[in-house]
Ligand binder design. Structure first.
Ligand code: FCB
Length: 457
């Protein structure tokens, strides 16, 4: 087992070690204190969408157990907590009245973090769109971007003075492609035209959100969290190499391009541009305002080959088989070098600011035995990916922090509660939390920070 103290030596003393969650996955209390439904409440209650028809009604009951969960975070010894704010608690109908009680909850959360000396990294949108906005087209409607702008301003006006960093969106790839093209996440659409509208509206909302945040708190570091994909070609053939390049543009370029260069990728525009919504004058400037940081959520690489079928739509790829024979319980290939390849490739392609790994972790479903959870494979996964992160720091990349996904087992979207990513186990019958072996280990590592700065660069 990798000794946490030895691993700690590889990180600068101001490197931030944290844990992450998201509102819908842990809070429960979906009807309490004025919250109204989100698209995930609706989606998870439809037949055939979420495993076992699980939903977020109770989840980890975090809303009612806030103080003890904050104590848990503190007991782990981490320096930062990444959480998301639920839009349907703040402006329950998406537009219209602001719900003070919703703001009160996050007030207690950030105050509780400050009282315990823990940094607050907030995300404004982690997929729980107020359901009422879906009636107007949800993310396919330009009006939703302006509704988001108002929500961002409202949330930051109240909470921004005690936040250490804020992200507009978590993984827009999921709320755009996975939700509107592949139909796996809410609202479950399977339509390229809908997805292309959601893409531009989401990018626009990000830009409007950045401006709204800065109008309230000019000093608050603003970022965006992307689940960039390391796209490997399934073979050395020219066709597969070209497919991997198209996949890079389709899965990464459509966010990184607009945000960091002010333009959509050429290949993407020539294939699908005619199906995009109108890009209004000023949109690309709004989207490409400089960011203070960006977050990478990384779990597994993407491997693709060329799809030769007639009429295959851009990016015209097929999944290629994994290279590593190790997979987690959710079936994702474990291949840590991809994290390094990805950071190097993205930094070569774009001028990127400081980077936090805002999510990394693994799904292993072992339970409690004799009061303990022996999740050695998760521990190994985290250690290996932190090793790559340390390599990147050594190469001079501005990696500033790492957040383990997740603080605790939670509602894993379309997989419901059957897939567990926590470094803390949750018994959903009793709501008892048990720190897993990986959590103990991670706490030992994180507890070394912040410390005397031994940054070499
Ligand atoms: C990411 C999500 C997060 C969690 C992990 C496993 O895509 O941001 O909410 O579900 O995957």
């Amino acid at each position: 087992m990798i000794d946490p103290k030895t691993l700690a030596e590889r990180f600068p003393g101001d490197f931030v070690f944290g844990v992450a969650t998201a509102a819908f996955q842990i809070e429960g209390a979906t009807n309490l204190d004025g919250r109204k439904p989100s698209i995930w409440d609706a989606f998870s209650n439809m037949p055939g969408r979420v495993f076992g028809r699980h939903n977020g009604d109770v989840a980890c009951d975090h809303y009612n157990r806030l103080e003890q969960d904050l104590d848990l975070i503190q007991s782990l010894g981490v320096e930062a907590y990444r959480f998301s704010i639920a839009w349907p608690r703040i402006i329950p109908e998406g537009t219209g009245p602001v719900n003070e009680k919703g703001l009160d909850f996050y007030d207690r959360l950030v105050d509780g973090l400050k009282a315990r000396g823990i940094k607050a990294f907030a995300t404004l949108y982690h997929w729980d769109l107020p359901l009422m906005l879906a009636g107007n087209g949800g993310w396919t409607a330009r009006s939703t971007a302006y509704a988001f702008q108002r929500y961002a301003k409202t949330a930051i006006a109240r909470l921004g003075d005690r936040l250490d960093a804020v992200a507009t969106f978590n993984e827009p790839w999921c709320s755009v492609w996975l939700s509107h093209l592949y139909g796996i996440h809410a609202p479950g659409e399977r339509n390229m035209d809908a997805a292309l509208y959601a893409l531009h509206v989401t990018n626009l909302a990000h830009g409007l959100g950045v401006a709204a945040i800065r109008s309230e708190r000019p000093d608050l570091p603003v970022g965006l969290v992307l689940n960039a994909h390391q796209t490997y070609a399934g073979s050395d053939s020219a066709a597969d190499q070209a497919a991997a390049a198209r996949a890079f543009d389709f899965h990464n370029g459509i966010f990184f391009g607009p945000v960091f260069k002010g333009e959509y990728p050429e290949s993407f525009l020539s294939a699908l541009g005619h199906r995009m919504p109108q890009i209004e004058p000023g949109d690309m400037e709004t989207i490409s305002q400089p960011l203070d940081w960006w977050g990478l959520n990384y779990y597994t690489p993407m491997r693709v080959s060329h799809d030769p079928s007639e009429g295959a739509v851009f990016p015209a790829t097929l999944p290629a088989p994994p290279v590593a024979d190790v997979q987690t319980d959710i079936g994702w290939e474990v291949y840590a070098p991809a994290l390094g390849d990805l950071i190097r490739k993205l930094n070569a392609a774009y001028a990127l600011p400081d980077c936090y790994i805002t999510e990394n972790g693994a799904c292993y479903n072992m339970g409690v035995e004799n009061g303990m959870v022996d999740d050695q494979p998760r521990l190994d996964y985290i250690a290996e990916h932190l090793g790559v992160t340390a390599d990147l720091i050594g190469e001079g990349y501005p990696m500033r922090g790492y957040f383990a996904w997740s603080l605790m087992d939670n509602f894993e979207w379309a997989e419901g509660y059957r897939m567990r990513f926590g470094i803390v186990h949750v018994d959903y019958d009793t709501q008892v939390r048990t720190i897993k072996k990986s959590g103990q280990w991670y706490g030992e590592l994180a507890g070394q920070f912040p410390k005397g700065n031994h940054r070499t660069a």
